[in-house]
Design a protein around this ligand. Structure first.
Ligand SMILES: Cc1cc2nc3c(=O)[nH]c(=O)nc-3n(C[C@H](O)[C@H](O)[C@H](O)COP(=O)(O)OP(=O)(O)OC[C@H]3O[C@@H](n4cnc5c(N)ncnc54)[C@H](O)[C@@H]3O)c2cc1C
Length: 132
């Protein structure tokens, strides 16, 4: 789990079923670490025990009102969007250009999380090193 709680977070990095399994959450935690963000997840992810229930966001989970919400491998079902609509800027990474989340997002990357997220981490680390 991230060091920052969802309620206090300026940035939240959230993972969905598109991440395939709990063993793939290392890159979510690393991205959260680089950005000083909290980690979150969709309901099925916590129902399957991939992540703790305290991370489940949405209509039946925690509300998110962060400045930045990055949804990775999350389809954007109405029950999920209900809990994150107060986030100021929403970014989506999803392989399916028809995923509903793209309609609710401010920025979207159509791509495979397993390619996009490691590149994002690398670029953010470079940026931080250059601006340290
Ligand atoms: C009464 C009720 C209450 C609910 N409350 C909530 C709630 O509070 N919160 C919540 O989240 N859900 C809730 N749900 C469930 C909700 O309807 C959805 O089923 C759920 O949000 C889907 O989770 P998901 O997006 O992680 O999974 P999926 O719908 O399976 O979507 C996975 C996404 O990952 C993408 N993907 C696949 N592989 C990759 C890859 N390699 N890289 C990038 N993207 C990829 C796919 O294109 C897909 O869009 C509720 C449902 C009901 C009926």
């Amino acid at each position: 789990m991230g060091q920052v709680t969802i309620a206090d977070a300026d940035t939240v990095i959230s993972g969905g079923r598109g991440l395939k399994g709990p063993e793939n959450w290392g890159m979510i935690e690393e991205l959260a670490d680089v950005l000083g963000a909290a980690t979150a997840c969709s309901k099925p992810v916590s129902d399957m025990g991939w992540r703790p229930h305290s991370e489940h966001v949405g209509q039946t989970g925690k509300p998110v009102a962060s400045n930045l919400y990055i949804a990775i491998g999350i389809s954007g079902a109405i029950q999920h969007l209900a809990g994150v609509s107060s986030s100021k800027t929403k970014v989506v990474i999803n392989t399916d250009p028809e995923a509903p989340f793209f309609k609710a997002a401010d920025y979207g990357i159509v791509g495979d999380a397993f390619e996009v997220v490691p590149k994002l981490i690398e670029k953010l680390k470079e940026f931080k090193a250059q601006n340290a």
